[in-house]
Design a binder for this molecule. Structure first.
Ligand code: NI
Length: 165
């Protein structure tokens, strides 16, 4: 089982870094993404990005309700709709903290899957939401960074209190 890096932990720095392009979709990447998908079940999450499992790589996995497990390697969001909608988000790296975040309702993304095959996906609803959240992780951004400063500070205090920091 892979551990998830949380904010305030010794490894937290990787959560704030840019992830690097995956050069080769080899056996290690296939195994890693499979382990990440398996981890979602254990951690009761719907998405997990490379930096969250201490891998500074541009990849993430999703398993949204009513959807199949998906692997996105070297993803690029190539279209977002103009309409922003609120949706409550949480993150395995910020356990116990939830907040409404505004994001585009629909997106189009290009990526490679674990078989090394490129694909384009149109997503809406919860899938579009989790994809955008995970995509942010590859740029060193957490969902709380998308809130106004006051709200963000309040949630960070709440998190620190919960974790005895
Ligand atoms: Ni997250």
């Amino acid at each position: 089982m892979i551990d998830v890096v949380t904010i305030g932990s010794n490894e937290e720095e990787i959560l704030y870094k840019q992830a690097a392009t995956v050069a080769d979709i080899d056996e290690r990447i296939v195994r890693l993404t499979q382990e990440m998908i398996d981890s979602l079940v254990v951690h009761k999450g719907i998405g997990l990005a490379g930096p969250q499992v201490n891998e500074q790589l541009r990849l993430f996995v999703t398993h949204a309700q009513g959807d199949i497990p998906r692997v996105f390697i070297n993803p690029e969001i190539i279209m977002t709709s103009n309409d922003l909608v609120p949706y409550e988000e949480g993150c395995l790296s910020v356990p116990g903290i939830y907040a409404d975040v505004m994001r585009p309702e629909e997106i189009q993304i290009q990526a490679w899957n674990e078989k090394g095959k490129p694909f384009t996906l149109d997503a809406t609803g919860i899938l579009a939401r989790v994809i955008q959240h995970e995509y942010d992780h590859l740029r060193g951004k957490l969902f709380i960074d998308r809130l106004n400063e006051k709200k963000r500070e309040r949630l960070l205090k709440q998190y620190a209190r919960k974790n005895g920091q």
